[in-house]
Design a binder for this molecule. Sequence first.
Ligand SMILES: C[S@@+](CC[C@H](N)C(=O)[O-])C[C@H]1O[C@@H](n2cnc3c(N)ncnc32)[C@H](O)[C@@H]1O
Length: 202
Amino acid sequence: MQKDNFAHKAAEWDTPSKKGMTDKFVKEMMLQITIHPQWKGLEIGAGTGLVGLQIAPYLKNIVFEDTSEAMLEVLKSKLGKDSPHEILHAEIFEYTKQDIDFVFSCMAFHHLPDIDKALKHINKIITKDAIIVVGDILTEDGSFHRFEPIHHKGFDLSKLMHQFIDAGFEILTAHSYNTLTRERTPGVFTDYEQFILVAKKI
Ligand SMILES: C[S@@+](CC[C@H](N)C(=O)[O-])C[C@H]1O[C@@H](n2cnc3c(N)ncnc32)[C@H](O)[C@@H]1O
């Protein structure tokens, strides 16, 4: 597995700004889909659970997947003793049961090395008509992560939609829903557009 690039961030991850950003993603996701209480969910790049724990009460259970042990440790500390949820400290390819009804991911896809490979694998582990919701940023100039290692400087939405289609999904919607303004260089404020893509297995 890759190095834990979030080890030094995990303890401080849950800032008001991150909570605000994930709240907006959850709100937009809930506008686009209807969650069913019998669904088994899978969150890719779940981090400290800022997204998944908001929707956990409406699902049967969730597999919280992430490659960062440190982020998952924070998430674990929030789960009760008798939690029905699972934590998967691994790359997505290590999940092979074909029982996932709903996949969601917020700001983690740009960390995945190979999107085509990931989408093809996701398509194999989901049930008929399963829904996938991905939130991330549109193509940016590299300033969003500046000196940190990153696989994708955001996404070209049209290209990403084609990648979903090639992997066996039908696009239900793909649109931008929020602008993040960040001061990555002192005194320089840059806007990063966030998008949501909702697709269904065909
Ligand atoms: C920007 S954080 C987002 C965390 C969380 N989704 C949120 O919105 O608060 C990206 C997350 O993706 C995880 N990640 C990075 N590479 C990954 C990979 N190859 N597979 C799964 N998760 C990965 C990181 O460890 C981190 O927790």
